[in-house]
Ligand binder design. Structure first.
Ligand code: F6P
Length: 551
C-alpha cells in the first residue's frame, strides 16, 4: 500500500468532526427524541440489498453523523481498497497476497485476474469436480472400500476449514438430504473425533480432510487418528484410504504425503483466506449435504451482495453503513463488543462463524505499516439465537452499564412449513424479535413505571434506560441464497472497518505464538524434558499436571 505521508486516522479532520458530533449532538441524545423529531427516520434509515432489508433507524445517528461517517470512509479511501480487492491486487500486505474470495462466487463468464491470469475458469473447474463428486456420494454411486455406499460424511478441519461448512450445514439442514449423516470434527481433544465416529460404520464413512495449509496440527492429528480408526475397523491396509478420504487444500504435496491420492483432492488457492473459504472447495461437505444446485444458489447470493458492495453508492451501501456504524461506536462510545442475535434456530452457529470472520480479521493493533494504532479496532463478537439469549444475558444488554450494539437477524417465514410445527410458533418468535429492539431502543421511563403503580423503591429497578442501538436485518426466508447474502454482507462489513482502521484484515499472525509454544511444551508434558527457561507459573502448572498424570 502506498504510504505517501498518509495522516493517521485519529489526526484526520473527519475524525475530529465525528468526535465533535458525539460530544455536542450525541452527548445526551436519546432514540426516543430522535424518532419524535424525525417522522421520516424509519423510512429513510433502511436499505434493501437482495432479499435482505437492513434497518438502521434504531442507531444513535442522524443525517449529520451519517454524512460525517461517509466522509471518513471517503478520506480513508475505503472504496479504493475495495476496488483493489476486486481487481485482485495484493491488499493482504503482510502476506503479499491477493484477497479474492469474491472470485469464488463469480459467474462462469466473469473475468477476475490474479497476476494477469483469469482465475474464474479454475474456480468453476473445481466447482464442477465438487458437483460430480457430491452427486456420486448423494446417489450412492461412490462406494467405500468394501463396496458399501457412503452414509456418513465427517469433515475434519478447524477454524475456517470447519466453522463455515459446520455453520452452513446447520443453517441449511432443511435443504440437506436426510439420507446421509454429517459430522464436523475440529478440536484436537480426541473426544471430538471419538464422539463423531463411535456409532458409525467405517465401511460407510467418508472423511473430508479440510485444511488450506495441510499442516495444521489439530487437523493432521485428527485425520491421522481417523485413518487409523478406519483401517482398524475395516481390517484393511492403506489401499482403503482412497475410497474413504478426500482432501480440500492448497497443498498437494502435503496431501500426497498424508496418503491421500491427489486425484481425490479439491483445490483452492492462496488468495482465499481460511475464514473466507467455505464457498470454495472447503464447502464440499455442505455441497454433498444440500446438492450442487442449492450450493450454486448460495454462491449467487454471495455474488449479489458482492455486486451491491462494489456498486451501490455509500448512502445505500449496506456493508458500508454497517461497517461505519461499528467504527462510530468503537471510537466514540467506547463500545467493546458487538452482539449478533439471530432469531432462527438454524442460525445457531452463525455467530460462532462470525467470531472468526470478524475477530481474526480485525483483532489487530498495528496499522498496515506496523505502527501501533491509537483507536479501537475489532469488537468482541458474541451472541446466540433468540429467544434463548433473552432468558440469559439480555438482562445485561437492557440494564447493564455497557453499550452493546447488536444485530437482530430474523425472517418472515419459517423454513419448515409443516403445521402445527415451526410455522405455528413463528409469529411468537418474531414478536419477540421486534419487541426486543423496541425495548432496547425506547426503554421504559420512571414515569411509565410509576404509572403502572409500582412502589417507588422499585422504580429504578424497573426502569429501562433504552437508547441501545440495534440493526434489524429482515428477510423473507432463510434460503441458500439468503445465507450467501448474509455472509457476504458481514464479510464486506468487516472489510470496511479494516479499511477505515488501516489494518490488514487478511492476515492472522496473532494465532502463531500459541501454536509455537504448544509445540515446544508438548515434550515438557510428556517427557519432562525441555523445561529450562520456562516461566515459574507455567513450570509449576505443568509439574502439577504431570503429577496428576502419574508421570
Ligand atoms: O490458526 C488460524 C488459522 O490459520 C485460520 O486462519 C484457519 O482458518 C485455520 O487456522 C485452519 O487452517 P488450515 O485450513 O490451513 O488448516
Amino acid at each position: 500500500m502506498p504510504a505517501v505521508n498518509k495522516p493517521r486516522l485519529d489526526q484526520r479532520p473527519e475524525w475530529a468532526a465525528l468526535r465533535g458530533l458525539r460530544e455536542e449532538r450525541f452527548r445526551d441524545a436519546h432514540l426516543r427524541d430522535l424518532f419524535a423529531a424525525d417522522p421520516g427516520r424509519a423510512e429513510r434509515y433502511g436499505v434493501r440489498v437482495g432479499d435482505l432489508f437492513v434497518d438502521y433507524s434504531k442507531h444513535l445517528v442522524d443525517d449529520g453523523v451519517l454524512a460525517a461517517l461517509r466522509e471518513l470512509a471517503a478520506a480513508t479511501d475505503v472504496a479504493g481498497l475495495r476496488d483493489a480487492m476486486f481487481r485482485g491486487e495484493k491488499i493482504n500486505v503482510t502476506e503479499d497476497r491477493a484477497v479474492l474470495h469474491t472470485a469464488l462466487r463469480a459467474p462462469r463468464d466473469a473475468v477476475v485476474e490474479v497476476d494477469g491470469r483469469n482465475v474464474v475458469p479454475e474456480v468453476h473447474a473445481v466447482l464442477d469436480k465438487m458437483a460430480s463428486f457430491a452427486d456420486q456420494v448423494r446417489s450412492g454411486e461412490w462406494k467405500g472400500h468394501t463396496g458399501k455406499r457412503i452414509r456418513n460424511v465427517v469433515n475434519i478441519g478447524i477454524g475456517g476449514s470447519d466453522l463455515g461448512p459446520a455453520m452452513a450445514y446447520e443453517v441449511l439442514r432443511t435443504f440437506a438430504t436426510r439420507d446421509l449423516t454429517f459430522r464436523f470434527v475440529s478440536n484436537v481433544d480426541g473426544a471430538d473425533l471419538y464422539e463423531a465416529v463411535r456409532d458409525l460404520d467405517a465401511a460407510e464413512t467418508l472423511f473430508i480432510v479440510a485444511s488450506k495449509t495441510f499442516t495444521t496440527i489439530e487437523t493432521v492429528t485428527n485425520a491421522t487418528s481417523a485413518r487409523d480408526w478406519l483401517l482398524g475397523e475395516l481390517k484393511a491396509d492403506q489401499d482403503a484410504v482412497a475410497r474413504h478420504f478426500v482432501a480440500l487444500s492448497t497443498n498437494a504435496e502435503k496431501v500426497a504425503e498424508f496418503g491421500i491420492d491427489t486425484s481425490n483432492m479439491f483445490e483452492f488457492w492462496d488468495w482465499v483466506g481460511g475464514r473466507y473459504s467455505y464457498d470454495s472447495a472447503i464447502g464440499l461437505s455442505l455441497m454433498i449435504a444440500i446438492g450442487p444446485r442449492h450450493f450454486r444458489e448460495m454462491l449467487d447470493g454471495f455474488h449479489l451482495v458482492d455486486e451491491h458492495f462494489r456498486s451501490a453508492p455509500p448512502e445505500r451501501n449496506a456493508p458500508m453503513l454497517m461497517g461505519l456504524l461499528g467504527v462510530w461506536y468503537g471510537a466514540f462510545f467506547d463500545a467493546q463488543s458487538h452482539a449478533v442475535l439471530p432469531y432462527s434456530h438454524y442460525l445457531s452457529r452463525f455467530t460462532a462463524y462470525l467470531q472468526q470472520l470478524d475477530m481474526e480479521s480485525n483483532g489487530k493493533s498495528v496499522d498496515r505499516e506496523g505502527n501501533p494504532v491509537g483507536w479501537q479496532t475489532g469488537p468482541v463478537v458474541w451472541g446466540t439465537p433468540g429467544t434463548n439469549g433473552q432468558h440469559a444475558y439480555y438482562q445485561l444488554i437492557h440494564q447493564g452499564t455497557k453499550l452493546i450494539p447488536a444485530d437482530f437477524v430474523g425472517f418472515a417465514r419459517p423454513v419448515d412449513e409443516l403445521p402445527p410445527g415451526p410455522a405455528a410458533q413463528h409469529d411468537l418468535l418474531m414478536a419477540n424479535f421486534f419487541a426486543q429492539t423496541q425495548a432496547l431502543a425506547f426503554g421504559k421511563t420512571p414515569d411509565e413505571v410509576r404509572a403502572e403503580g409500582v412502589a417507588e423503591e422499585l422504580v429504578p429497578h424497573k426502569t429501562f434506560r433504552g437508547n441501545h442501538p440495534t440493526t434489524t436485518i429482515l428477510a423473507d426466508a432463510l434460503t441458500p441464497s439468503v445465507l450467501g447474502q448474509l455472509v457476504a454482507l458481514y464479510e464486506h462489513k468487516v472489510f470496511v472497518q479494516g479499511a477505515v482502521w488501516d489494518i490488514d484484515s487478511f492476515d492472522q499472525w496473532g494465532v502463531e505464538l500459541g501454536k509455537v509454544l504448544a509445540k515446544r511444551l508438548e515434550p515438557v508434558l510428556t517427557q519432562g524434558t525441555g523445561a529450562d527457561g520456562l516461566d515459574a507459573s507455567t513450570a509449576s502448572l505443568i509439574a502439577r499436571y504431570r503429577e496428576l498424570r502419574g508421570r
